[in-house]
Write a protein that binds this ligand. Structure first.
Ligand code: SF4
Length: 298
């Protein structure tokens, strides 16, 4: 519905989480302030800069003229929380005023940007409409975090995310399967489960590491020795990860195009069922509903 005469000229490439498919995307920044994670090619073609405030406000007004009923807005690109609270509030208030039916505004975030804001600022942002942030935790293991050059540790991630949670901002977090390779697979799986247990996010998903520019480039960017994983290795990593989770009410998904086995449920309730399905897939790859390309990997 947005493509004919749509008043926003996006600075591509443009990314959004799958659950924001029906949201208005507003680019309040271009690129990512960090742009150095070994596995991430999302914004390597861009140098970070904020979109001018007047541009963003103009875009909101222009879209409101043709689509005043917008209910969901996603703020892009990489980390809009790097903007000052004052600027974010101006944008959030304009969204609220322009779209009377707005239900939620969401954004990608990194933990250190959240930590730079006070509890009061985060509460103000929440009250102005910022209901949830998507955070790529990637791993709960400090060795792996260092080797993928994430710029975060287990502790910094937990502190930032709990701070957002205490301010009433919901969390949707992502763990990246296979990101540490075979050597670090077990510690990555165990510590990734532990970090989720500490945070108790509302939503968690697992994506499988992919190599858009080839595995050799990833090996060069990985700050350690990356040992590739087979499909059974990845399934075993998932099994160790799920078995160590102790989550009360987290909605869990592994239904991205990169996932070999689709799991979708509530982790407290469906944990045993997930483990059974993973075991079944390990023992019966051709019967378990794995995508054809994954079956070939066995
Ligand atoms: S912080 Fe996020 S967007 Fe930025 S380089 Fe890392 S994974 Fe990519």
């Amino acid at each position: 519905m947005f493509y004919n005469n749509f008043p926003i000229q996006y600075n591509e490439p443009l990314f959004r989480p799958p659950s924001e498919a029906d949201s208005l995307i507003l680019q309040v920044t271009f690129g990512c302030t960090w742009n150095k994670c070994s596995f991430c090619e999302m914004y390597t073609s861009k140098t970070f800069k904020p979109n001018k405030e007047e541009n963003v406000l103009q875009e909101i007004k222009a879209v409101a003229k043709i689509q005043p009923g917008i209910r969901k807005v996603f703020l892009a690109d990489g980390n809009p929380m790097s903007l000052s609270t004052k600027r974010l509030l101006t944008i959030l208030y304009s969204i609220k005023e322009s779209f009377p039916k707005i239900r939620r505004v969401t954004a990608y975030a990194i933990s250190r940007d959240i930590l730079k804001k006070s509890h009061e600022e985060l509460v103000e942002l929440r009250n102005a409409g910022l209901k949830m942030v998507y955070v790529g935790i990637e791993s709960g293991d400090n060795d792996v975090l260092q080797m993928i050059n994430k710029g975060e540790t287990y502790l910094s991630t937990v502190e930032g995310l709990l701070k957002a949670k205490e301010a009433g901002i919901k969390l949707s977090v992502i763990i990246l399967e296979g990101v540490g390779g075979l050597t670090y697979s077990k510690q990555h799986a165990i510590n990734s489960a532990k970090i989720l247990n500490s945070i108790q996010p509302e939503f968690a998903s697992v994506l499988v590491l992919s190599f858009p520019y080839g595995i050799e480039r990833y090996k060069q960017r990985f700050l350690g020795n990356y040992v590739p994983m087979s499909i059974p290795d990845l399934l075993k990593e998932m099994e160790v990860f799920i078995s160590h989770t102790e989550l009360e009410n987290t909605i869990f998904r592994s239904n991205h195009a990169s996932n070999y086995l689709v799991l979708n449920g509530i982790l407290s309730r469906d944990k045993q069922q997930f483990l059974n399905r993973i075991q079944f897939a390990i023992n019966n790859p051709h019967l378990a509903g794995l995508r054809a390309e994954w079956q070939r990997g066995f």
